[in-house]
Design a protein. Structure first.
Length: 289
């Protein structure tokens, strides 16, 4: 690992073969860059390059959120679910936009948030690059003195155009337009082909779909020099438990920026003081014909 400017932010780069992973602890502990054979796979809002927010200087979080609005930043991040519990419909500032402390455990980067003033939660993100594979472990801790219920929610903003293949059961995924009146009907096909759901994200048509996969595995496909990049995500998954939004996997297609989100949830459960939940992922990336 080495210090490096990542789109203008002070950060660190992990490298292995054809893969470079850029970490930006100063802006929500994100993985802000994922470059394979010279091609960036993650969306970054270039209007926010080098911008950081000293969120801890604000004592009035309502006023701060009204002033800054919803920043889309980019990259891979940890949110908390359900979204309906967010103050003013904006992610908790200390977790999403605050600076994380970074330490190193051997070759593993450990990025730790402050304790969130809105939720009482603390996030730890552990990132390492081993044998060309990205290992990401996210941990969500209850730092309050009482039981609380939140879900760990991983969100990866992928550059468009792209499409997703998700292992699922018949009827496992649904359009969210029934649950959120601001969303239109998903006009794509949610039927399975050989046990896989394919969701295409090629333009700025707004939609969101979600559901329960059959296994903790999905693939992201992006165009690359007349061929494709396949980005496989393997993730921890418990099929018989409760999930926020009633989904363990979600896909959101942005109407205003050139990205689609692949979102993973850890189980939605009550955490007693000091207890944590976690989500583990392994990313494998290769070029295919």
């Amino acid at each position: 690992m080495k210090p490096k400017q990542i789109y203008g932010w002070d950060g660190f780069e992990l490298t292995s073969g054809d893969l470079q992973v850029g970490l930006t602890p100063s802006i929500g502990g994100r993985i802000m860059s994922l470059i394979y054979q010279g091609q960036e796979l993650l969306f970054v809002d270039n209007n926010l390059n080098n911008k950081t927010l000293d969120v801890h200087r604000w004592s009035d979080l309502v006023a701060a959120k009204k002033a800054m609005g919803f920043c889309f930043w980019g990259g891979d991040k940890t949110w908390v679910a359900p979204q309906e519990k967010w103050l003013l419909g904006i992610p908790p500032l200390d977790l999403d936009a605050g600076s994380y402390q970074i330490t190193w455990d051997g070759n593993e980067a450990v990025m730790t948030s402050a304790v969130c003033r809105e939720t009482g939660l603390q996030i730890i993100r552990r990132v390492s690059l081993k044998q060309g594979k990205v290992n990401l472990v996210e941990e969500l801790y209850n730092r309050t003195s009482k039981p609380i219920q939140w879900g760990l929610w991983n969100v990866t903003q992928v550059k468009r155009p792209c499409y997703f293949e998700i292992l699922s059961h018949s009827g496992g995924f649904r359009s969210y337009h029934h649950e959120d009146s601001t969303l239109p009907v998903f006009k794509g096909d949610l039927s399975l082909k050989q046990g896989k759901l394919m969701v295409e994200c090629v333009d700025n048509h707004l939609f969101k779909v979600g559901g329960l996969p059959s296994l903790g595995e999905l693939s992201i496909y992006l165009p690359f020099e007349g061929k494709k990049i396949c980005w496989k995500k393997s993730f921890s998954y418990e099929p018989q438990v409760s999930y926020a939004h009633h989904s363990a996997v979600e896909v959101f297609n942005s109407p205003s920026h050139a990205y689609a989100e692949i979102e993973l949830h850890a189980p939605f459960k009550i955490l007693v003081p000091g207890e944590s939940s976690h989500l583990e992922q392994i990313w494998e990336i290769r070029r295919i014909s």
